[in-house]
Design a binder for this molecule. Structure first.
Ligand code: NAI
Ligand code: MG
Length: 367
């Protein structure tokens, strides 16, 4: 197989700062583990608007479609707040998601022991937590027709429509089962089949897909109970698959079980390409953080963990992904903290680049 390719789109604000640390990590894997990537860099968001007058150029879009993985930093910032909606930095992101048809959004909630005190839950409930929520991203109630605000019988009516075709459910479910196979082989599907027909279909299709994955233990849960279980006993889950609306809420809820925005990675996957790899984009959950941009304060871990996800889910390098996650665990256990992770007395913050350097040191020590 040819050298795997990565397109790096650092974007705006702290995007380029955190991405610089990811580049160090990518180089380390090339030098020390023989994992060579064909890496190219381009512009997205405000940075692309400044150069091309559009938040992503057609040329960049074409590159994104042809690589094995896109790594994105963050887009947006006050400088662009007054731009017309059609050229806002966020439109660059939306165009990537839409044209690459990235229908499966993966949001892990992983608790590093050293940060368990940051959780709003008791330490023993979250310590060691490692779950993955797969949210269907391109259909459901945010897209269904009819939608709008209408007048009926002399009053206004707001309408949105939850609509799922079986192929939309099937591909999201399949992505979740594939993930479960690479993890703990347990999958919980969440819907509200008790009150929604789309939920009944969701449950049926998940069961049909399950036939192809006999090793995966499947369960079903109503999404409201799922929300309760996530805060009561989150470690009961491995992979959770759910629709766009429930996934939006449940993934934010699960993510906050573990602490700082500076720690949260994500992936968005599409259909398999000719080489068998899924179309994929990896990015931290956080935005461009204009309040700290340019100050060397940003936590690069969310972006580095996004690359770990790329290693695992695009490049079949699960062991190397674990090596990287373990290196981060080691660095945190050693007490290193960027400003967003401060809390304990007597700890001073290290910079973005110092955190990157410590991760590299821990990687080297792992050899
Ligand atoms: P934000 O995520 O950029 O920042 C929220 C708060 O968290 C800020 O106080 C920030 O300093 C802090 N923070 C975020 N990431 C951090 C990191 N890695 N290390 C340390 N602290 C961190 O969200 P906000 O402020 O609502 O939006 C700022 C800009 O980012 C806006 O233009 C928004 O549209 C854009 N945005 C872009 C996203 C993306 O590119 N995917 C997602 C969310 C917002
Ligand atoms: Mg949300």
């Amino acid at each position: 197989m040819s050298t795997p390719s990565i397109l790096i789109l650092p974007g705006d604000g702290i995007g380029p700062e955190v991405m610089a640390e990811v580049v160090k990590v990518i180089d380390w894997f090339g030098d020390k583990r023989g994992l060579k990537f064909d890496v190219s860099h381009d512009l997205v968001g405000g940075a692309a608007y400044d150069k091309h007058g559009a938040p992503i150029s057609d040329e960049t879009m074409e590159k994104a479609q042809s690589v094995d993985a896109v790594l994105l930093g963050a887009v947006g910032g006050p400088k662009y707040d007054d731009l017309d909606f059609s050229v806002k930095p966020e439109r660059g992101l939306l165009r990537l998601r839409k044209e690459m048809d990235l229908f499966a959004n993966l949001r892990p909630a992983q608790c590093f022991d050293a940060l368990a005190d940051f959780s709003s839950l008791k330490k023993d409930i979250v310590a060691g937590l490692d779950i993955m929520i797969v949210r269907e991203l391109t259909s459901g109630i945010y897209f269904g027709e009819p939608r709008g605000i209408f007048t009926e019988n002399n009053e206004r009516v707001g309408i949105n429509t939850q609509r799922y075709t079986e192929s939309e459910i099937e591909r999201a479910a399949r992505a979740a089962f594939e993930l479960a196979m690479k993890r703990d082989k347990r999958l919980c599907s969440m819907e509200k089949a008790n009150v929604m027909e789309s939920g009944i279909l969701w449950r049926d299709v998940v069961n049909e897909v399950a036939v192809d994955y006999p090793e995966v233990e499947v369960s079903h849960m109503y999404a409201d109970n799922g929300a309760m279980q996530l805060v009561r006993a989150p470690k009961q889950f491995d992979v959770i698959v759910t629709d766009n609306l429930f996934g939006d809420i449940l993934s934010d809820c699960a993510a906050m079980l573990t602490g700082s925005l500076g720690m949260l990675p994500s992936a968005s996957l599409g259909l398999p390409m000719a080489n068998g790899r899924p179309k994929a984009m990896y990015e931290p959950v956080h935005g461009s953080a204009p309040d700290i941009a340019g100050q060397g304060k940003a936590n690069p871990i969310a972006c580095v963990l996004s690359f770990a996800m790329a290693l695992r889910y695009s490049f079949d390098q699960g062991d190397e992904a674990t090596r990287l996650e373990t290196a981060i665990e080691t660095v945190l256990a050693g007490g290193a903290r960027t400003a967003d992770l401060l809390g304990e007395e007597g700890v001073t913050a290290i910079s973005t680049t110092e955190m990157g350097d410590k991760i590299i040191e821990a990687l080297t020590a792992s050899l």
